[in-house]
Every structure is written in C-alpha cells, then in structure tokens.
Ligand binder design. Structure first.
Ligand code: PGA
Length: 253
C-alpha cells in the first residue's frame, strides 16, 4: 500500500550512519538557508546526530549563527535547574557547542506558572519566526511525535499534554529509573506546527521501533498513532537503520 503523501525512505546500516546522513542533510539545508528555523527533539535517538553536528561545526563545515531553534517539547513542573529538563539536554548536547545565538534559541518553559499562557507565547514565537523550515522528529514507542500522545483526538496547537504511561516509562532513565517520578504532564508543539513544517525528518533507530514505524508509515491515519498523520506531509523524509526497518522491508518499500 502506498502512503498518501510523498515520503522518502532512507535505510542505512547503523544508527551511526543514520546520524551522519541526517547531519549532512542539515548542513546542506543550513548552507542553502542560513536562517533556517528548526525544531529539535530530545531523547536517545538524536544523541549521535547532535554529536555529528557538533563535530561538523568544530571542523568549520556548518554554522548556526543565523538559524533559529525551537525545542519540540518539555516536561512540565521541573525546577529551572533540574537536569532532566529537555532544555538542559539541548544545551548540553548541542547549544553550548555550536554558534546558535542565544536570542534565537526558543525554549518551552516547563516551570511556567501558567502553562497554557506559555504554550500561547510559544505559538506566537513560532509564528513570528515564520513557522518551521525543518522539523526533526523522533517517534515514541507508542507512536507519539513530540509529546502529541495517542488518544481520541489530537491538538493542532502547542498545548499541555498528559503523558502516556509508556512515555513516562521511556523517560524514567532521567529520574533514576523511576517512572512515577517522571512528570505527569508536558508542554509540546502541536500537530499543525509539525505538519506545516516545510520539511519533516523522522529519525528512528533500533529494533524496538520497527512495529510502531509500520503502523505510523503504512497504517491508517489515527490519533491513536499520532505519527501516522505525518503520512500526509508533502516532504517527509524517514531515516532508519536496518534494525528499525526490521521485517518491514516489503511493507515500506
Ligand atoms: P527516543 O525517544 O529517541 O528516546 O526513543 C523518541 C521519542 O519519544 O520521540
């Protein structure tokens, strides 16, 4: 079954090769448009990618000096100095090593007194930046993209999300392995920001992602698998290692 949108599927032998290829793709995009507006994910998957981007920056092959970066999502209710904040992750793994201008780093404030107002502020900041040129996304084991979690409906705009049990388990590593210590809520860009991005790059590595990828990329569009809506995107690139492709070769080719 062909997907309804225009998907480019790239399968590389290892997670390392995926990271290298996506990093090169971003270097090209930044060379073409130094004022690129990016949405950036956290989690395990992008770690290698950020390592490559930092190395390429050190080699003088890429500059972020005129680019804008939006954090995709953030855990709600952590103290501003909590090391598990996704903002801290992005600083640690990317921002502190490259030349992004502080004023063009857009962070969701997970300690905001009024989270709804914080989401509205973030939408305004995104609109002021002209929307996303590139949304770089991972996929949760439950099919979430950013923290657009499975449920009866999806939300277009930035919002406060209730985290799925599976998501809290997946993030337990940030909280000494204890899912109950993971915040119950998060802030996230909504589906519209992702679907309106001029390019979407979905990156998934490892065998544990094979089943959800099949559902997301070839299954019916359903809010129970939020990533399935990416099938509608006119410029979706999917980057997998062979482990994430798993037994899906026939279904995805
Ligand atoms: P992961 O997270 O990269 O740690 O697997 C992906 C996601 O939840 O979007």
């Amino acid at each position: 079954m062909r997907p309804p949108g225009a998907q480019t599927l790239r399968v590389l032998p290892t997670a390392e090769a995926v990271a290298e290829a996506v990093a090169e793709r971003l270097v090209e995009a930044l060379a073409r448009n130094p004022e690129l507006v990016l949405a950036l994910p956290t989690g395990r998957t992008p770690l290698l990618l950020y390592r490559h981007l930092v190395a390429l920056h050190r080699e003088g092959r890429v500059s972020f000096s005129r680019a804008t970066a939006f954090q995709l999502d953030e855990l709600l209710g952590l103290a501003p100095d909590h090391p598990a904040r996704f903002a801290a992750y992005l600083t640690r793994h990317l921002f502190q090593h490259v030349d992004l201008a502080q004023e063009r780093i857009q962070r969701l404030d997970g300690a905001a007194a009024d989270p709804e107002a914080e989401c509205a502020r973030y939408e305004d900041a995104l609109a002021a930046a002209g929307g996303l040129d590139v949304a770089l996304l991972g996929i949760g084991d439950n099919g979430h993209v950013a923290f657009n979690e499975p449920g009866p409906t999806l939300q277009a705009r930035a919002h406060v999300a209730v985290l799925a049990r599976q998501t809290r388990e997946a993030n337990a590593g940030l909280f000494a392995g204890e899912p109950s210590h993971v915040p119950t809520h998060a802030l996230t860009l909504g589906m519209a920001a992702l679907l309106q991005a001029r390019e979407v790059h979905l990156v998934a590595t490892g065998a544990s992602k094979a089943d959800i990828l099949r559902a997301a990329l070839r299954g019916p569009l359903t809010p129970q698998v939020p990533a399935s809506f990416l099938q509608l995107h006119p410029r979706l690139s999917v980057w997998l290692d062979t482990a994430a492709l798993g037994q899906n070769e026939a279904a995805l080719s």
